[in-house]
Design a protein around this ligand. Structure first.
Ligand code: KG4
Ligand code: ZN
Length: 344
């Protein structure tokens, strides 16, 4: 089955052709970082306009590069939630028109489920159940993936998303947008014990996370140093901060696996590209394997499939289709929506 997949939930417009949920025949992406870096973050109205300008050409390119004709498309999948509402509506409007024009089903896809599905393309033998840690600019969630379309939220951030912290810290330091890749680069030669970082104490669900205290701490460090005319060790700051964010994420991931008894886990979302997170998670799981006598396995997509792309939407779209989750042309986008919810 060939799915034309569309992603436009934030600041990347992407269209892909995906075969049977596991093979991306093409993935055309137009990043908008040039537009938003001027403002240090995503400007929703500008994002929608950019999506509208480039989506049609990207779709033509995706079909051409897949080596198929439009008539070979069996269904159109599209991110319908969560995300910036104007941006989502551009992609969904395009997907509806394509599905109507081609006379094929429309499959709304949850963006977070899509991030997880990036691993189906990377690891053809990977099947649920597994635990998933999805960390991006808008989300930080721990999920139990019981089946391809059966999700249960185990924990989530109470405040900021992990990627948002990298972005805000980089903005405060005048390092541009998005902050995650910049901090990752800077942190490579930094000393992670250079700056003390606070860790959040939360009551209630032990699998919930919090990043706002950490973010405020780093932003204050940066602005206080600027006021005093002091030079910060940016490499050390990036390393200390990255380690603190990863500690928060990985401790919850491990606790989630131990609580649920799941032995496989997936890292997904833009922050899954972080080199500290990948190393730290692998080391923690191998240590836990020895301690618990369980063969814990970690799956993380290659860097290009961690950030927003349309291949992941086509992969999840395939499984949503098999579950009968198709929608009519009146289907609406939703700015927020838990991954547990069925979109239709
Ligand atoms: O998944 P994504 O492309 O978009 C959303 O759904 O939000 O994630 C973007 C986020 C941004 O906050 C960006 O700074 C972060 O992912 N990011 C990283 C890295 N690469 C991207 N964070 C930490 N380390 C990285 N290497
Ligand atoms: Zn995303």
């Amino acid at each position: 089955m060939l799915i034309l997949a569309v992603e436009s939930s934030c600041d990347e417009t992407a269209v892909a052709v995906v075969r049977d949920g596991r093979e991306a025949l093409s993935d055309s992406i137009a990043s908008q970082t040039d537009v938003h870096s001027l403002y240090g973050g995503v400007v929703p109205e500008l994002a929608s306009r950019r999506h509208a300008e480039c989506i049609h050409a990207l779709a033509e390119k995706a079909v051409r590069e897949a080596g198929i004709s439009a008539g070979g498309i069996d269904a159109v999948a599209c991110t319908a939630a969560p995300g910036l509402i104007g941006s989502l509506l551009v992609g969904l409007g395009f997907a509806k028109a394509a599905a109507f024009g081609l006379g094929v089903p429309l499959i709304p896809v949850h963006h977070i489920r899509g991030h997880v599905a990036a691993c189906y393309i990377t690891f053809p033998a990977l099947e649920p159940p597994f635990a998933a840690l999805v960390a991006s600019g808008g989300h930080s969630s721990l999920l139990e993936v019981r089946g391809y379309t059966q999700y249960r939220t185990l924990g989530a951030t109470r405040d900021d998303a992990a990627g948002e912290c990298f972005d805000k810290a980089a903005r405060a330091a005048g390092l541009g947008y998005p902050g995650g890749p910049v901090f990752d680069r800077l942190s490579q030669n930094g000393d992670p014990s250079r700056y003390h970082m606070p860790s959040a104490k939360l009551s209630g669900n032990p699998l919930d996370m919090s990043f706002s205290g950490l973010k405020t701490h780093v932003v204050n460090l940066i602005s206080n140093a600027a006021q005093r005319g002091e030079q910060l060790d940016l490499q050390g700051l990036a390393a200390s901060f990255s380690q603190a964010v990863c500690r928060e994420l990985v401790s919850r991931l491990l606790a989630a696996m131990r609580t649920t008894g799941l032995s496989k886990c997936v890292l997904a979302g833009g922050v899954a590209a972080n080199s500290w997170l990948r190393k730290y998670a692998a080391a923690a799981l191998s240590e836990a394997s020895a301690a618990d006598g369980v063969d814990y396995e970690l799956f993380a997509p290659p860097i290009p499939l961690c950030g927003d792309n349309a291949s992941m939407i086509g992969a999840q779209g395939y499984y949503e289709f098999l579950a009968g989750h198709t929608a009519g042309l009146s289907h609406n986008a939703r700015a927020s929506c838990p991954a547990d919810d069925e979109l239709c």
